[in-house]
Design a protein around this ligand. Structure first.
Ligand SMILES: [Zn+2]
Ligand SMILES: [Zn+2]
Length: 227
C-alpha cells in the first residue's frame, strides 16, 4: 500500500489504521499513543532548535501518524472536525487571513461555512492553513512553541475525558485535536515543506520501517526508533 501525494486526510487516517491498527491494538493504550505523539513531537522540536529540517520533518510526520492512531482509537474523523473548526476561516476571529492579533479580537466570532471552499487533499488543507495563518507572520521557533502549547491542551483534554468519561470532555478532545492539526500544518508551512509529498515518500510502501501492512515492527524496535 502506498499513501499517494494527493491523498485526503481521511485516506491518510485509514492508511494508518490498516498499517498500524493491529500493532496498536496489541501493544498500545490511548495513553501510550499520546506519549508517542509527544515523544516524536519533542524530537521534532529538537530538530527546530538544531536547525535540522530533515529531523524536524520526519519526527513530526511520525508524531502526526501516532496522532492519527489516536484518532482511530477514539473514532474521530479528524478531517471532518478540522473542517468544522477551520472552514477556511480562523476559528476565533472568523477571518482569512486571521486578524486576531492586529484587531485584538477578544471573543470568538460566529463563523459561516461555505462547503464549496472545503479543501479535498492534505496538500489543499495545508495551503488553506497557510492562507489563514501566513508563515511570514511568525518564526519557526514561534510555530514550534505554539505546537507544544496545543499538544498540552490535547493531553489535558484526554486526561480529563479518561478520568470522567464525560461526553462534554470528549467534545473538548475533538476541538483540541483539530487545533493541534492546525499547528502541525503551521509548522510544515513555516518549514516550507509539503507535508503530503513527504508523507508519500515516507509511506511509499506500508510501514516506513518494516515495509509491511500490517506493520510487524516489534515493540522493542518501536521503542528504539530514533531519527
Ligand atoms: Zn483569528
Ligand atoms: Zn513496521
Amino acid at each position: 500500500m502506498q499513501l499517494k501525494a494527493d491523498a485526503t486526510i481521511k485516506e491518510y487516517q485509514q492508511f494508518i489504521k490498516e498499517v498500524y491498527g493491529l500493532s496498536n491494538d496489541r501493544y498500545f493504550s490511548l495513553q501510550d499513543m499520546l506519549t508517542n505523539v509527544e515523544r516524536f513531537m519533542t524530537r521534532a522540536l529538537k530538530g527546530i532548535r538544531k536547525g535540522d529540517k530533515e529531523k524536524t520533518t520526519l519526527n513530526l510526520m511520525v508524531s502526526l501518524s501516532w496522532f492519527m492512531s489516536m484518532m482511530n482509537q477514539l473514532h474521530i474523523d479528524i478531517e471532518q472536525e478540522v473542517w468544522k473548526r477551520f472552514p477556511y476561516k480562523c476559528s476565533y476571529c472568523g477571518s482569512c487571513p486571521c486578524v486576531c492579533k492586529v484587531q485584538k479580537i477578544q471573543t470568538r466570532q460566529p463563523v459561516t461555512v461555505d462547503e464549496n471552499k472545503r479543501p479535498k487533499t492534505i496538500e489543499e488543507f495545508q495551503k488553506m492553513f497557510g492562507e489563514m495563518y501566513p508563515a511570514l507572520g511568525r518564526t519557526l521557533d514561534h510555530a514550534g512553541v505554539h505546537l507544544v502549547e496545543e499538544m498540552g491542551e490535547v493531553a489535558e483534554a484526554i486526561l480529563s475525558y479518561r478520568g470522567n468519561r464525560n461526553d462534554g470532555d470528549f467534545k473538548n478532545v475533538i476541538l483540541e485535536s483539530a487545533d493541534l492539526m492546525s499547528c502541525i500544518m503551521g509548522v510544515f508551512n513555516s518549514l516550507e515543506t509539503n507535508l503530503a509529498r513527504e508523507l508519500s515518500y515516507t509511506f511509499e510502501n506500508n510501514c516506513h520501517v518494516c515495509k509491511k501492512a500490517p506493520c510487524v515492527c516489534s515493540f522493542a524496535n518501536i521503542m528504539d526508533f530514533k531519527f
